[in-house]
Design a protein. Structure first.
Length: 288
């Protein structure tokens, strides 16, 4: 099988991925450790297991040892189900995050747990979004989210947030409910940040009324690499015959298309509608 290699794409992938890994590690040592919080995903499970080993068995287990073990099975599944480039780059980012977390010194900047919860969550979501925008991930539950987004066209970040509640319940029972409840604020802030920044899998529907359907369709095809549906339309007031193009695109593509359609037909009428559910074949561009 031939693997396409685009230097610019790979530089973006690893550049944003390593930036996300460093930010994630610094966030853990600056905010998460200071607040005794448990972030979402496998990082939270790793920190919980570290605390359990330390408190109950007196064993200091490195972050990297637990995190790499937890990510091993999802990495194998991801390699088969999503793609080789995505999985290999994600595995490298997982290793980098784990090592950075072990070697970066702990430097808390505030002891206010509410500030830690809010800003720590925002920074964590920003780090995760950098990885996803670059075409890679920090592993763990990101693999699950990417799988459902690519294969099922579903956004499961809120379901992952609920799944993290199980980890917080264990942390609350073992180490106190105050840290577990503040961790919910952390995870909520992180999830909302991801929702805001990572829009590749959010869908929007375009209805474009135009006198130049061929030119407009060409713009749609060049940006999205998939087709559109053309309808015959009649203006009820003017009784003029026009064409309407219908197409479902990602939120990122919609912003680009509106500008390009406007150039192709300055008089085009464009209606953009948020699409919450999509069933059927839909082409999703990937670099996986």
């Amino acid at each position: 099988m031939k693997v396409n290699f685009d230097l610019k794409t790979e530089v973006k992938r690893f550049g944003l991925g390593f930036a996300g890994a460093i930010i994630m590690a610094v966030n853990i040592k600056t905010f998460v450790r200071a607040g005794g919080l448990y972030p979402g995903g496998f990082n939270g499970v790793t920190l919980l297991l570290q605390t359990i080993f330390d408190r109950f068995f007196g064993i200091a287990v490195p972050f990297s040892a637990i995190n790499l073990l937890l990510n091993s099975i999802p990495t194998v599944i991801c390699f088969r189900a999503i793609g080789k480039k995505f999985t290999i780059s994600s595995a490298i980012i997982i290793v980098a995050t784990s090592i950075f977390t072990d070697v970066i010194p702990c430097q808390p900047i505030t002891q206010d747990i509410l500030l830690i919860s809010v800003f720590g969550g925002i920074i964590n979501g920003f780090a995760v979004s950098l990885c996803l925008i670059g075409g890679t991930s920090g592993g763990g539950t990101d693999f699950i989210a990417i799988y459902f987004a690519q294969k099922k066209n579903k956004d499961v970040w809120n379901f992952i947030l609920m799944g993290n509640g199980c980890v917080l319940a264990i942390a609350g029972i073992l180490f106190g409910w105050d840290k577990a409840l503040y961790s919910i604020i952390f995870q909520f802030a992180s999830t909302q940040m991801i929702h805001m920044l990572h829009t590749a899998y959010k869908k929007e529907t375009l209805f474009i009324v135009t006198d130049h359907p061929d030119e407009v369709y060409q713009e749609i095809y060049e940006v999205t690499n998939h087709s559109a549906t053309e309808f015959a339309a009649t203006g009820c007031y003017s009784n003029e015959k026009r064409k309407m193009l219908y197409s479902v695109v990602s939120s990122t593509e919609a912003k680009i298309l509106v500008n390009r359609v406007r150039k192709a037909d300055p008089n085009a009428f464009i209606n953009v509608i948020k699409t919450d559910f999509l069933e059927g074949h839909f082409y999703q561009k990937t670099d996986y």
